[in-house]
Design a binder for this molecule. Structure first.
Ligand SMILES: C[S@@+](CC[C@H](N)C(=O)[O-])C[C@H]1O[C@@H](n2cnc3c(N)ncnc32)[C@H](O)[C@@H]1O
Length: 394
């Protein structure tokens, strides 16, 4: 380990913070990635695994699915269009087959409170009932607390409930279908590295004077090292020269392993990944020397990663260059990368809103609300362009 970084942050004000501190005192510093894994996914005390997780308006952050049903309904339309374009490949049928039409599998990773699942299914129930009857919607969710929240949501929608089931990722049999991941990849742990006078070094979390401190040390694995150098070219191009000493960035091996494990299980179909982030060259700006890592606590964004440990979200922008490159290496094809605004507009969000108004006989107030949702989801500089959509074919 070399020098401490500035910003030592010393609060051990939660049980999880104290537990991680003990672990570091016993076994030595841990990578920031391992700190994130514990902070978010410790089985009982991690942010996503506490018995009472707080997403949405009354929680710490909200996602596009919390804006309202228009997001999920338009994703439903997108799935319908993707499947119409390659019906046989995604539903597991065979071209020219005379067999009855097969079920369609939709697999959602990291479903949060379950709103996207509910809204996608609602879209099909109202706008394509025969297709709805063929859907098996599988939720892969690591958090028992969130699985319970999702189940409670479907208890209120018995008509949709029969189409949903939950599955551990290890029990997911080889499948053909559609994979959905909305703000899933950004929730996976990530390494942090910094360019120093001695080259790239990794950020570790250690203890000093009774609190957490960040320390620089050797890059923890050859994979992280290789990935840094993979994206370096894009950085140099976009910065018109080498990076300044002190610049930090994030590398998520977990994201790449996820796309790899998907490739192992997925035979044919489509993947829709929605998340904030960008291609590598555009992720970091001169005013973002500390990279894109951030904490969310009660809708406040901060760099106080070591406060409220287990009670706040930690996240970083998705590096879509690395994700896409890995996807291609694992055999996915036809990548399309666009902003959330363009994706929703291309998938007829305006028409979806009209169809929904007509079919559900919405009041003028409800109709106005639906139109406001379009604005929220597509506004530039916020959800509309900060969020990107990567679609892949298998
Ligand atoms: C930011 S939330 C996603 C929100 C949700 N998709 C939405 O649209 O509101 C991240 C989700 O991913 C889940 N998650 C994280 N890692 C996971 C993993 N390895 N397998 C399954 N679910 C995971 C979390 O428990 C949480 O439900």
């Amino acid at each position: 380990m070399t020098s401490d970084l500035p910003l030592p942050q010393k609060s051990l004000n939660t049980p999880l913070a104290r537990l991680i501190a003990e672990q570091i005192q016993e076994a030595g510093p841990i990578t920031f990635r391992d700190f994130v894994e514990l902070a978010l996914y410790h089985p009982e005390l991690g942010y996503y695994n506490r018995s009472h997780t707080r997403l949405g308006k009354s929680g710490d952050f909200y996602t596009s699915s919390h804006v309202g049903p228009i997001f999920g309904w338009t994703i439903g339309r997108a799935i319908e269009k993707l499947l119409a374009a390659g019906e046989d490949s995604a539903s597991g049928g065979q071209r020219g087959s005379k067999r009855p039409r097969q079920s369609v599998l939709i697999v959602e990773f990291g479903a949060g409170e379950g709103f996207l699942a509910k809204d996608v299914l609602e879209y099909f129930r109202h706008l394509n009932p025969s297709f709805f009857e063929r859907i098996q919607y599988v939720i892969v969710e690591q958090s028992p607390a969130l699985r319970r929240a999702q189940a409670r949501l479907f208890d209120q929608h018995p008509d949709l409930q029969k189409r949903v089931r939950w599955c551990n990722v290890d029990d997911l049999e080889p499948f053909s279908g559609v994979v959905l991941a909305n703000e899933f990849v950004d929730a996976l742990p990530f390494h942090r590295v910094a360019l120093t006078d001695d080259g790239y070094e990794e950020i570790f979390v250690d203890m000093s004077e009774g609190g957490f401190v960040e320390k620089l040390g050797m890059i923890s694995s050859p994979r992280v090292d290789a990935l840094i150098h993979e994206v370096e070219v894009e950085f140099d191009e976009s910065w018109d020269g080498p990076w300044p000493v002190g610049q930090q960035m994030e590398i998520s091996i977990d994201a790449l392993d996820w796309i790899g494990s998907l490739a192992e299980r997925m035979e044919r179909g489509r993947v829709i990944i929605i998340d904030y982030g960008d291609t590598a060259g555009k992720l970091y700006g001169r005013d973002l020397t500390e990279g894109t890592v951030r904490a969310f606590f009660q809708h406040q964004i901060s760099d106080r990663y070591y406060e409220h440990v287990g009670e706040q979200d930690l996240t970083a922008d998705v590096n879509f260059s690395l994700l896409l490159k890995a996807a291609i290496e694992y055999g996915f094809e036809d990548p399309e990368f666009t902003t959330q605004a363009d994706f929703l507009l291309e998938n007829e969000v305006l028409k979806v809103v009209e169809d929904r108004e007509r079919i559900l006989h919405l009041s003028s107030g409800e109709a106005r609300n639906a139109r406001r949702q379009i604005l929220n989801l597509t506004l530039p500089e916020t959800m509309g362009t900060r969020f990107k959509v990567l679609t892949l074919k298998r």
